[in-house]
Design a protein around this ligand. Structure first.
Ligand code: NDP
Ligand code: MG
Length: 400
């Protein structure tokens, strides 16, 4: 029996993780849940899975959570932003499905406890790359990606076995809802249009990131951290310039690895996050799921095209931050979080998002990211700067 902790249990990846685990009751037992503020959903989950411990980040809703739990529920309740670190190391596997930089304590806490981290929360790895790399060396610690592209590359590398023979990684992108639009058309897109992803059903932040191609840019940095030279022996020694993005509108090929002899190995399945979630839980095993298999007679065709780098400048902003390294990815990710929140609040237009990120990146102070304090400081500074452009009252990162 493998014990599982789910951080971000009330979100899109979190609820799908509960479905995967519920389908395998003899293999997995959920011992911990963590959420931000959605108490209604959390109460239902506590009643359904009876975890040993729950963390609620929004302390102001703690009394409401306690009052709503039926008598006899023995779950220990923790609250506040530090509660996330407390649950991070309690299970054999922790799924980090928190959105944004707020997921950092889960990533660091789980790896420092020497446990398996099933990582959906890409922002923590991107913002704190060097710090995460060092805790990744903790004996017993293991990082298995949940992000579908990285789960695909993980599988392709296993299939290829020759880690030293990798020439390049190809990360696929659906292209989002605005693929093929002209600059004039992109200037007037609405929030609802940006939230209507053509192939994946996901939480709001990553859906907007997909519409700007920032999600793909973040995934390039994520792949560099997971598989690149910086990952040391966990990686395949590849550099950022050999991590490419290719648009594949059907979202069936989830990413590819091309080897030095010219062969490419790809991973294909239906676009359903329950598949990479199950993979990260079960690795190196696989277990039967009803989620991913394709009826090949109905696929028809698979298309590939280059990304539109002019219309979607977030992609190159991310490459540039990845090249600069240090705390530049932390600035990029923080500025993006502030801009996406402002767009979803209706304070800025979709086309303002890359402009705000670019302006914030121009103020990057070149700080190294060798210590957690430098990462927290960079996140705060970038948030302040981007916040001063968008106006309103941007949310804090949630990490103290
Ligand atoms: P959602 O917005 O659907 O869910 C986010 C979760 O994080 C919720 O449970 C939310 O709690 C919780 N949360 C937010 N802030 C905090 C906080 N300060 N402390 C603790 N918990 C918090 O996001 P997704 O599930 O879409 O995405 C989660 C992560 O996975 C992101 O990093 C995303 O990039 C990545 N990812 C998602 C994919 C998808 O298909 N959705 C695919 C690949 C990667 P509450 O709602 O209770 O406030
Ligand atoms: Mg992805």
């Amino acid at each position: 029996m493998t014990t599982v902790a789910i951080a971000g249990s009330t979100g899109s990846v979190g609820t799908q993780t509960l479905q995967v685990v519920a389908a395998q009751p003899d293999r997995y037992r959920v011992v911990a849940l963590a959420a931000g503020s959605r108490v209604d959903e959390l109460v239902d989950q506590i009643i359904a899975v009876r975890p040993e411990v729950v963390a609620l980040a929004d302390e102001s809703r703690l009394d409401e959570l306690r009052q709503r739990l039926p008598v006899g529920v023995k779950t220990e309740i923790l609250a506040g932003s530090s509660a996330l670190s407390d649950i991070a190391g309690v299970a054999d596997v922790t799924i980090n499905a928190v959105v944004g930089f707020a997921g950092l304590p889960v990533t660091l806490g789980c790896l420092a406890a020497g446990k398996r981290l099933a990582l959906a929360n890409k922002e923590s790895l991107i913002a704190a790359g060097p710090v995460v790399q060092s805790v990744r060396n903790t004996p017993g610690a293991e990082l298995v990606p949940v992000d579908s592209e990285h789960a695909a590359i993980h599988q392709c590398l296993r299939a290829g076995r020759g880690a030293t023979d990798v020439d390049r990684l190809q990360i696929t992108a659906s292209g989002g809802p605005f693929r093929g639009r002209t600059a004039a058309e992109l200037a007037s897109v609405t929030i609802d249009e940006a939230l209507a992803h053509p192939t994946w059903s996901m939480g709001p932040k990553i859906t907007i990131d997909s519409s700007t191609l920032m999600n793909k840019g973040l995934e390039v940095i994520e792949a560099n951290e997971l598989f690149g030279a910086r990952a040391g022996t966990a990686g395949v020694g590849i550099d950022l310039e050999r991590i490419e993005v290719v648009v594949h509108p059907q979202s069936i090929v989830h990413s590819m690895v091309t080897f030095t002899d010219g062969s490419t190995i790809a991973q294909l399945s239906r676009p359903d996050m329950r598949l990479p979630i199950a993979y990260a839980l079960a690795y190196p095993d696989r277990f039967p799921t009803p989620f991913g298999a394709i009826d090949w007679s109905s696929v028809g065709r698979l298309d590939f095209e280059p990304p539109d780098r002019q219309g979607f400048p977030c992609l190159d902003l991310a490459y540039e931050a990845g090249r600069v390294g240090g705390t530049a990815p932390a600035w990029l990710s923080a500025a993006n979080e502030v801009a996406v929140e402002a767009f979803l609040d209706g304070r800025i237009s979709w086309a303002d998002i890359p402009a705000i990120i670019a302006a914030t990146m121009d103020t990057h102070d070149g700080q190294h990211a060798d210590h957690i304090d430098a990462v927290l400081d960079s996140d705060a500074k970038a948030r302040r700067y981007a916040g001063s452009i968008v106006g309103g009252n941007p949310s804090p990162s949630g990490v103290v």
